[in-house]
Ligand binder design. Structure first.
Ligand code: CP
Length: 267
């Protein structure tokens, strides 16, 4: 069951494709037309779905920690499809797989995660996983978009693209997550793009063969210029989406793939 309280194109669709490719039935609960709109709580909604005996519930929620809380109330597998600004673990897994396919290994690579680090669950999950896989991580962005004490996560912090992208193997761009902002964090979009938007000129600071990544959705002309986003030699953005299906199939199989009947289908 897909239970998405926030908008999604890639994650929701790829979880559905992944599950169907494994032979599962998929229910996409439409939160907008559900009894959530009548005041039912997250936990009551989860326990209601759990009573229908799903094998797994895939959850996206705007509150950090909501998915963990929900997982304690149900007795099926629960997968975090993004909770607030906390974590987006399958995004980090698909990013790592994309890099590994292109570079063979993540060991020793230098990765710059650039932009709105403060509001980004993608950044947090990637910082954890990339370091586990042996990569070094830099975060690059304006001070207003840097979490307090971010260096305690083991990353190098840079406040300009010139030093932040110097000699990096991977440039991972992030969207300004305005849906999680209260107030203004940048003076203007045009100024933000001027200083932190990835374009051909700023890409020159990175290694000549550095890969360009973006979890999507992209805001062209805000954090990334179309010329580099669509550069087929350097941009792996569509490969990230493709690996999203692969990784989510693997996650579902690891969590519930053992529960098969004699026909090889999920029991
Ligand atoms: N990367 C990502 O989570 O995209 P969606 O919001 O479209 O799922």
């Amino acid at each position: 069951m897909n239970l998405f309280f926030e908008n999604s194109t890639r994650t929701r669709t790829s979880f559905e494709v992944a599950a169907k490719r494994l032979g599962a039935d998929v229910i996409n609960m439409d939160v907008a037309t559900s009894s959530v709109r009548k005041g039912e709580t997250l936990l009551d909604t989860a326990m209601t779905l759990n009573a229908m005996r799903p094998d797994a519930i895939v959850v996206r929620h705007h509150e950090s920690g909501a998915v963990n809380l929900l997982s304690q109330k149900v007795n099926c597998a629960v997968i975090n499809a993004g909770d607030g600004q906390h974590e987006h673990p399958t995004q980090a897994l698909l990013d790592a797989l994309t890099i590994r396919r292109r570079r063979g290994s993540l060991e020793g690579l230098l990765v710059a995660i650039c932009g709105d680090i403060m509001h980004s669950r993608v950044a947090r999950s990637n910082i954890h996983l990339l370091q586990i896989m042996g990569a070094r991580v830099r975060v690059v962005g304006p001070p207003t978009l840097m979490p307090t004490d971010v260096e305690k996560m083991g990353v190098e912090v840079h406040y300009n693209m010139k030093s932040g992208l110097k000699d990096v193997d991977i440039v991972m761009m992030l969207r300004l997550q305005t849906e999680r902002m209260q107030g203004s964090f940048v003076p203007s979009i045009s100024e933000y793009f001027h200083f932190f938007g990835l374009d051909r000129a700023k890409l020159q600071y990175a290694k000549p063969d550095a890969l360009i990544m973006h979890p999507g959705p992209m805001n062209r002309g805000v954090e990334i210029d179309s010329e580099v986003a669509d550069d087929l030699d350097r941009s792996v953005i569509h490969e990230q989406v493709e690996m999203g299906v692969t990784v989510r199939m693997a996650c579902l199989d690891a969590l519930i793939g053992g529960q098969r009947n004699q026909f090889g289908n999920l029991a």
